[in-house]
Design a protein around this ligand. Structure first.
Ligand SMILES: *Cc1c(COP(=O)(O)O)cnc(C)c1O
Length: 356
């Protein structure tokens, strides 16, 4: 028998979350962002549940090739563009839309031979200082791209660092506005902007984390009114139980010491499954309809929870680490991270079930 841990991917909730996203995006088209193998959910298994999207945005060329081989014929956007000149052969063969953020990429496109002109996204660095042309170089880059016979269309693109904040898109939006005219489509909104900044929607939005039912801000209460649903449940079982006296400690480093007698349970889930090792005592875990607290250090394969307040609890009981009953954001927040990181970090050794 395998260890009693598994992840369940709720495919119908992708379709639901896409319809919630659609409601917010209004008339704008949606790039469903599936980088990092669909935020840890597996592109191969989940893309069909999102196939009413207008396009898929990914990062790695092999993700794009997989989508084409799976039968997706719609638009595919390379969010970080191509990484070397040679990649343009793949862009051409698989009809990919590529973002362009650096001078060398302008030269590469100009010098390439395509079977048909390609669509490009010209990226502006509007203040995040990660990728993109600086505002003083942007107009020239856009002009150069649109004059190339190798290029069929240019879309204006930038990215927001603070779209979870009320005024977080103001400055970057201000910085791209001078370049927006009716000649070019515009695509600047990520999930946070899709939900909270309708003025940034323009022609296309790029929504990622909300399709996976988590909050762009990392806080579940910020999306509690949006009817977004969890797409990943991580669950396991209780494999051991103990009564401990006051003064007894739990786990590596004896990081938790009981101040009163306690009933505790050992769960078959640890950091080698993708559970955050830095989750502190008090991190919520779902058991038999209630929240229990994590106690002490998370081990490689196990963690311990407080079941003192649980009436009926026994070995074999199912435990939810995050998912349908316990928002991944709440677990992430307790552990000082964001839902994005937890879902992407689901470990290979965890068996995954895809539920229709
Ligand atoms: C990851 C990413 C997105 C999606 O971000 P979410 O916060 O998950 O919506 C959009 N655009 C770019 C360029 C990205 O890298």
């Amino acid at each position: 028998m395998p260890r009693p841990i598994s992840a369940v991917i709720h495919l119908q909730n992708f379709t639901h979350n896409l319809s919630v996203t659609r409601r917010h995006a209004g008339a704008s088209k949606i790039w469903s962002v599936m980088k990092a193998d669909a935020y840890g959910h597996s592109i191969k298994h989940v893309w069909k549940a999102l196939s009413s999207t207008d396009g898929f945005a990914i990062l790695d060329l092999h993700e794009a090739i997989l989508l084409r081989e799976e039968g997706w014929t719609g638009p595919i956007l390379l969010l970080e563009g191509f990484f070397q000149q040679d990649d343009l052969k793949v862009v051409d063969q698989y009809q990919l839309t590529t973002s362009v953020h650096s001078d060398w990429q302008l030269d590469a496109i100009e010098n390439a031979t395509f079977t048909a002109p390609i669509s490009v996204y010209a990226k502006l660095n509007s203040g995040m200082n990660r990728l993109g042309f600086s505002p003083d170089k942007y107009a020239d880059a856009v002009k150069r791209l649109s004059s190339m016979s190798n290029v069929s269309s240019v879309t204006l693109m930038t990215h927001f660092a603070n779209s979870d904040l009320t005024t977080g898109t103001d400055l970057p939006h201000q910085r791209i506005k001078p370049f927006i005219d009716h000649n070019y489509p515009v695509c600047i909104a990520n999930s946070g902007a899709t939900l909270w900044h309708p003025k940034t929607h323009y022609d296309w939005v790029r929504s990622g984390v909300i399709l996976y039912g988590a909050s762009p801000s990392g806080k579940w209460q910020d999306i509690a009114d949006k009817d977004l649903r969890a797409t990943m449940t991580l669950r396991s079982q209780i494999i051991g139980m103990h009564y401990i006296a006051a003064g007894e400690s739990i786990g590596y480093g004896s990081k938790f010491t009981a101040s009163q007698p306690m009933k505790i349970a050992t769960v078959a889930c640890g950091y080698a499954d993708g559970y955050p090792r830095h989750a502190p005592t008090g991190t919520p875990v779902w058991l038999n309809g209630q929240r229990c607290a994590l106690l002490g250090a998370v081990s490689m394969d196990m963690l311990t929870i407080d079941v003192s307040e649980c009436q009926e609890v026994s070995i074999g009981d199912e435990v939810e680490l995050w998912g349908k009953n316990l928002p991944i954001d709440d677990v992430a927040q307790a552990a000082g991270t964001i839902g994005y990181e937890l879902m992407c970090a689901l470990a290979k050794r965890v068996p995954v079930l895809y539920e229709e």
